[in-house]
Ligand binder design. Structure first.
Ligand code: AMP
Length: 279
């Protein structure tokens, strides 16, 4: 596996790969890798001949009071996991390499970026769209894989690709969970033992919601969301947002139907966890 830190060097290598007519698959990450990330890499491999993974904790997608500085990092461990997955190239740039002094350009995907996570984290998706467009321009992938764990993010990236006529196909991948149902996340490491146990209620509440819809034919979002809220708060979670929305527009639905999306962000202690499911 090649490890590249410089953009110019990466572009040079990518040109050689493109000359060989290889299909490039790309998985952008912020590192501290887990099975969720690795599942994306395996999907990328299925759809391409040359797999590029990036590790970059992107400062511009973190708010001033968020966890940029304490975001978990373990490059050596990540490197060995990616080698095992036979990733062809790991792009691992510094902040200065991505945002040199005088950096001024940002990408705004309107609408989708201002609801749910975008409302709680102003500027977050502007940072995400900007770094992903930069990474796409540097890596020039034919396909890129994003996890449904960050459902809103994947929708925003797809919108950006459509709107800016980018030559990359976005593939989304299902959420990978721990054996007790908690969605895998680099941030799970912040949880103390009690919070970690209590956080399993998130997935249980999502499963409960699907069950009442399918088994009891309950279509009222208010009813479902109130009960979910109660279940989570009983376990000590503080709800940031919880919503049942149209899977494309992210607008709240008046009556729940198959295919709608239930999304939520919940704090356990200081740790903000997100999760979602399709109805
Ligand atoms: P991150 O490193 O958190 O920025 O995530 C990088 C990519 O991995 C994003 O496309 C995420 O949606 C995806 N991802 C993170 N956690 C999971 C998970 N538990 N299951 C599937 N994909 C995930």
């Amino acid at each position: 596996m090649k490890i590249v830190k410089k953009i110019a060097e990466l572009k040079r290598l990518i040109k050689l790969v493109k000359n060989k007519k290889k299909i490039i698959g790309f998985v952008p990450t912020m590192g501290y890798l887990h099975e969720g990330h690795l599942s994306l890499i395996r999907i990328a491999r299925k759809h391409s001949d040359y797999v590029v993974c990036s590790i970059f904790v992107n400062p511009i997608q973190f708010g001033p009071n968020e966890d940029f500085n304490r975001y978990p990092r373990d490059f050596k461990r990540d490197e060995s996991l990616l080698k095992k997955e036979k990733v062809d190239l790991l792009f691992y740039p510094s902040v200065k390499e991505m945002y040199p002094e005088g950096y001024k350009t940002y990408v705004e995907v309107e609408g989708l970026s201002s609801v749910l996570c975008g409302k709680s984290r102003p500027g977050h998706f502007r940072g995400v769209a900007t770094v992903v467009l930069k990474l796409f321009n540097i890596v020039q992938p034919d396909i890129a894989v994003f996890g449904e764990k960050d459902y809103q993010q994947a929708l925003i990236i797809k919108q950006m690709v459509r709107d800016l006529n980018l030559n990359v196909k976005i593939i989304t991948a299902p959420i990978v969970r721990e054996s007790d149902g908690l969605a895998m996340s680099s941030r799970n490491t912040y949880l103390n033992t009690e919070e970690r146990v209590n956080a399993t209620i998130i997935n249980q509440a999502l499963i409960w919601a699907r069950d009442v819809f399918y088994k009891e034919n309950i279509k009222s979002p208010e009813y479902i969301l109130n009960r979910m809220r109660q279940m989570i708060e009983d376990k000590g979670g503080t709800i940031d947002y919880i919503a049942i929305v149209d899977k494309e527009t992210l607008e709240p639905v008046r009556f729940v139907k198959k295919g709608d999306r239930i999304l939520l962000a919940v704090y356990f202690g200081r740790t903000r966890l997100i999760d979602n499911t399709a109805v």
